[in-house]
Design a protein around this ligand. Structure first.
Ligand SMILES: [Zn+2]
Length: 325
């Protein structure tokens, strides 16, 4: 990507290396909106008037997701949830409030919740408890499971047909390669845009920005002057994950061979399409006896309940919620 700026810092020309073309800012914004719409239409992800729950973190991708979806779907059918994880210096209350105000201008309500509200502890406290017990589970593992769980719960509560998240092409390609490197075929199939969840208690997830590069969502947010949060989560650098290594390698290949990530994701989608049939014959997942949420076959309790037991949280708030229901 090459950005040429004019007087006053206005962007004049944007070079899209994987298409060998130069666009103006307006053409660039239009291109992204059209590509998202085409992607959603091609896979028939949204049929018309369904309620969609947006998971908004406050980062650049959240703002792009909100903006693009409000162009292609009735805003009265959009509802957003923002989760405060409780990480020092990150996802601060004022950032979220800024996003909430902007969403209101679009006509979209943002529900603000937190890990503390759902579990009784912030992510920082959870990680501290895990380290104390020498449990080798990264902050990202707790965070990922909890965020998915909370978004799914709100989607059910509001009768949403989908949970939409702001994952971009780079995130998608990285997760696909990680699944390949780990030999996780089921994980790969679940990444297909038309994949169905293995339980009726799980609301289908869609990733409308899945074919949009990360540099493109950054530039989109910059051109539109979105007030997004730029601080990185401190746990990203403190845990050298496989994702960090994969990201480094993929960025290098993409720079030398523009369009690689797009071709990789598209090729894998094509390969996985016939395997989707396999998903429909799989039985419903059993429910966790402690929290009532779906869990993998053969487990005594779900992964989240197991992790909390290991770090000494005997009764997280969400369990009480289930048992008294
Ligand atoms: Zn459970």
């Amino acid at each position: 990507m090459v950005v040429q700026k004019g007087a006053g810092g206005n962007i004049l020309r944007i070079y899209q290396p994987y298409k060998h073309r130069i666009l103006t800012s307006d053409e660039f914004i239009e291109d992204i909106r059209l590509r998202v719409k085409n992607f959603v239409d091609m896979h028939k992800l949204i049929k018309g008037n369904e309620t969609i729950l947006l998971g908004l973190s406050g980062g650049k991708d959240s703002f792009v997701l909100l903006d693009v979806l409000s162009m292609i779907h009735p805003v009265s059918k959009l509802i957003a949830v923002s989760i405060i994880e409780g990480i020092p210096g990150y996802n601060k209350h004022e950032d979220i409030m800024r996003m909430k105000r902007m969403a209101k201008d679009y006509g979209v309500d943002v529900i603000i919740t937190s890990f503390r509200e759902y579990v009784g502890h912030s992510l920082y406290e959870i990680v501290k408890m895990a380290w104390k017990r020498r449990l080798k589970v990264s902050a990202c593992t707790f965070c990922g499971i909890l965020r998915r769980r909370i978004l799914n719960m709100y989607a059910r509560m509001h009768g949403a047909s989908f949970v939409a998240t702001g994952h971009n092409l780079d995130d998608t390609a990285q997760t696909m390669l990680i699944n390949i490197l780990r030999g996780d075929i089921d994980g790969l199939i679940r990444m297909h845009p038309r994949s169905k969840p293995p339980s009726s208690k799980m609301v289908p997830r869609i990733k409308p920005l899945r074919m949009v590069y990360e540099w493109e969502t950054s530039l989109y947010a910059y051109i539109m002057r979105f007030p997004f949060q730029e601080t990185e989560c401190m746990y990203i650098t403190s845990t050298p994950t496989l994702r960090a290594k994969v990201r480094r390698v993929m960025q290098r290949i993409e720079t030398e061979e523009p369009g690689t990530l797009l071709r990789m994701v598209k090729t894998l989608d094509d390969i996985l399409t016939p395997l989707l049939e396999k998903q429909f014959s799989v039985e419903e997942l059993p429910l966790c006896p402690r929290c009532g949420e779906p869990m993998n076959v053969g487990r005594p309790v779900c992964k989240l309940c197991e992790l909390f037991e290991k770090i000494g949280v005997s009764k997280p708030i969400y369990q009480m919620f289930y048992n008294t229901a």
